[in-house]
Design a protein around this ligand. Structure first.
Ligand code: ADP
Length: 289
């Protein structure tokens, strides 16, 4: 595997040399492989948003480098716009950025700016609408006539339509009802499976992260404190609690059983895994056959 993004000693300071100086990201180094699904977790204010905004050149690191496909994205600052096509960013509440007369035009905005032909744009819009399950008849409506969930999906389709190498989503399901959250998360998983592009997902939902991420970046007070396989990260339940994070509920129940002396494995992530671990434990103890 080769890395798509490499962060080298990356730092960002807000209001440098002012009384409000704040080191929001401090000396982060890591590398993300092509096609990985990476979760980013951390308490509010730990530096997650600042970190992801440096990945597509929205803000320039105070120190360190972001390498995309091996090249420093700030090597030629005039070319930074191109990086934004390669690293697509979906911000929190992206629907506030919808502004065109029709949903179609909104989704077409990115590919149009990339200089694609009309035919290519049309194809990109329709494919992105399909990924986000927006019915073709919605495309000619005003974005303001859509439901909350549809608006969110239209905004995400606008980023997917640029076919970015890396898709970064900052709390994409925030504010949606449980069903809307599940649907959107499944669409993101489908997108990742089919396009095989790299996806980075910032989320407060440990259940969501456990379901989708290959690896997890854990931020705390501007520092990278863990970057490891999902199961490995969630097997450190007590350490995560110390920095204000929790593990998925099922993982916590299993952790408590382990702490009571039951012989169950670490880092259980799903109900099915818990069921099979408990079944084999009960069999071993002769409680069931
Ligand atoms: P998170 O996304 O994990 O909530 P942020 O990256 O938004 O964290 O914030 C990290 C730190 O930087 C926090 O202490 C926050 O108050 C500070 N911060 C964020 N944005 C700004 C800004 N525009 N100006 C000054 N400080 C900021």
């Amino acid at each position: 595997m080769s890395s798509v993004l490499e962060l080298k000693n990356l730092s960002f300071v807000y209001g440098q040399k002012t009384p409000f100086e704040k080191r929001a990201v401090d000396n982060v180094s890591l590398s993300i492989e092509k096609g990985e699904f990476v979760g980013i977790i951390g308490h509010t204010g730990s530096g997650k948003s600042t970190l992801v905004q440096m990945l597509n050149g929205l803000i320039q690191p105070t120190e360190g480098q972001v390498l995309l496909d091996g090249e420093d994205i700030w090597q030629n600052p005039k070319e930074i716009r191109k990086v934004r096509f390669k690293v697509g960013m979906v911000f929190q509440y992206p629907e506030y950025q919808l502004f065109e007369e029709t949903v179609y035009k909104d989704i077409a905005f990115g590919p149009t700016n990339m200089g694609k032909s009309e035919q290519e744009i049309d194809m990109a819009v329709r494919k992105a609408a399909e990924f986000t399950d927006l019915k073709p008849e919605l495309l000619q409506k005003s974005p303001f006539d859509l439901s909350g969930g549809e608006k969110r999906r239209a905004a995400i389709a606008g980023v997917i339509a640029m076919d970015p190498e890396v898709l970064v989503l900052d709390e994409p399901t925030a504010g949606l009802d449980p069903m809307g959250r599940d649907v959107l998360l499944s669409q993101i998983v489908q997108y990742h499976k089919k396009r095989k592009n790299t996806v980075l997902l910032v989320s407060h939902s440990m259940e969501d992260i456990a379901r989708v991420a290959d690896r997890i970046i854990v931020m705390n007070e501007s520092h990278l404190v863990m970057f490891d396989k999902t199961r490995e990260v969630f097997s450190h339940g007590r350490e995560l609690e110390k920095i204000g994070l929790r593990v998925p509920q099922i993982t916590k129940i299993m952790l408590e059983l382990k702490e009571k002396g039951y012989d169950v494995p670490d880092g259980i992530l799903t109900v099915d895994e818990a069921f099979s671990a408990l079944s084999s434990l009960l069999k071993k103890e002769g409680k069931i056959w």
